[in-house]
Design a protein around this ligand. Structure first.
Ligand code: EPU
Length: 419
């Protein structure tokens, strides 16, 4: 039987929680170390299963990884070879696609299987590949599911327009372009904090990237990169998840070690429904209250409301006084959490790519199943706020993205255990 979380709800969360490093920049940084062909020390790595898998994947192509404490790894990619990582690794993780950009830049050739990851509906990588082609690479596909990118005489900087401000495509093109000849400009680039973190890491390795965090990124190609010591930014989605959990349980939680600017859309929505949010220099305190209102949310690329906070917010709004609507602008199929929340007494209908949420007084414990990482986080929040006991199965999804979830929640007073 798989691991489960058992949560006895109804206890308000109180206290401080320290937020870990950002999963979605740790992953490209790990794969990005390949482009350096040198030794990098990466600090503030979250201890989650996606990071272990990413590190194992680069070890499969010749990298060596040594932890000097729980969150600091020394990654040596000098002996990495131009070979494809085993399909069973890449098929589990979306971020493995970053090996394409990193290897293409360093070796002029990359071959990686089609990436997997949380099932949120179709997740194509056509824009990553179109970007590589614009830099001069030739792309071929094999019937066995391999994608090969080749640029035998090297990549050449160019103007890359992204049809969608895709996080993955922006990072992958940036990764390939840092070692291209000449200048690349990415127009309609994604502006997420992970893009800025990744650009800062590459610049610390000798790259020349400007404009990260805006929709136009300029990359002046360099001959080679070198190793560096780099500390990852805090995880805005982990922080947002604890902020919402504080509100849903009517507790009071201070999320520490964060960048409050990254949290603006989440803080604004909490305030809008009547939940007090106090912002300090590198922490935010959320105080839950009875009788908060419903609202309307539209998920959008940063600085819009993050799609990765949508399911958690739905759990909160399920307990609001009033009607709410959550429109999903990134993943039209990100509603698999809805039937599970309804099993707990929520009243949510999915209509035309949005969740129509009629607030209820209370949720009750039930047996539910996580369908992906953030759907799992949504069920944890609902279970913490619900009356009675909830059992959540398929928690391997939650382990992909939340460091020490059980310990952190226990410290805040939750009655939670893993069995
Ligand atoms: N898209 C395309 N073509 C592409 C790339 C993307 O059509 O070539 C579409 C996708 O189908 C999707 C949308 O654009 O509908 C967004 O894709 P994007 O490339 O921006 O996302 P990603 O790089 O695949 C990252 C995070 C996700 C997060 C999204 C959006 C990582 C490893 N994953 O995915 O994180 O939801 O950005 O912010 O960085 C999570 O952490 O739970 C998670 C799913």
């Amino acid at each position: 039987m798989d691991n489960r979380l058992i949560i006895r709800g109804g206890r308000p969360l109180y206290g401080d929680v320290k937020i870990s490093g950002m999963k979605n920049s740790a992953l490209p940084v790990i794969f990005g170390t390949i482009a350096t062909g040198d030794v990098c020390t990466i600090k503030n790595l979250p201890d989650i299963s996606d990071i272990s898998l990413a590190l194992e994947t680069i070890e499969m192509v010749g990298a060596s990884v040594r932890f000097i404490d729980t969150s600091t790894a020394i990654i040596d990619t000098r002996k990495v070879m131009m070979k494809s990582p085993p399909l069973e690794y890449v098929s589990k993780m979306r971020a493995s696609t970053y090996m394409l950009g990193a290897m293409l830049g360093r070796f002029g050739r990359a071959e990686v299987g089609y990436p997997g990851g949380c099932d949120l509906g179709a997740r194509p990588i056509n824009l990553h590949l179109k970007g590589f082609e614009t830099l001069g690479a030739r792309i071929t596909y094999s019937t066995s599911g391999m994608i090969t990118c080749e640029a035998p005489i090297g990549l050449k900087g160019n103007f890359v327009y992204l049809d969608i401000a895709s996080v993955g495509a922006t990072i992958n093109v940036m990764l390939a372009a840092v070692l291209a000849e000449g200048t690349t400009v990415i127009e309609n680039a994604a502006r997420e904090p992970h893009i800025v973190d990744m650009a800062c890491f590459l610049n610390a390795c000798g790259a020349k990237i400007s404009g990260a965090g805006t929709s136009m990124i300029r990359i002046r190609g360099v001959e080679s990169l070198h190793g560096c010591t780099y500390e990852l930014a805090p995880d805005m989605i982990e922080a947002g998840t604890y902020m919402v959990a504080a509100a849903a349980t009517r507790g009071r939680v201070c999320v520490k070690n964060i960048i409050p600017k990254h949290m603006e859309s989440v803080s604004t929505k909490l305030r809008e429904i009547g939940i007090p949010v106090e912002v300090q220099d590198d922490s935010i305190t959320v105080t839950g209250l009875e009788g908060f209102r419903g609202t309307e949310i539209r998920t959008n690329p940063y600085p819009g409301f993050p799609t990765d906070m949508h399911p958690q917010f739905s759990a909160l709004l399920a307990l609001s006084r009033g009607v709410s609507r959550v429109f999903e602008g990134i993943y039209p199929e990100r509603f698999r959490y809805v039937p599970e929340l309804n099993k707990m007494g929520a009243n949510i209908e999915v209509i035309d790519g949005s969740a129509l949420i009629n607030g209820v007084e209370t949720l009750h414990g039930a047996e539910v199943k996580a369908s992906d990482l953030r759907a799992g986080a949504c069920l944890v929040i609902a279970a913490l706020a619900a009356d009675g006991v909830t059992t959540i199965s398929s928690i391997e999804y939650i382990d992909r993205g939340y460091e020490d979830l059980v310990e952190k929640l226990k410290f805040l007073g939750a009655d939670i255990k893993r069995v």
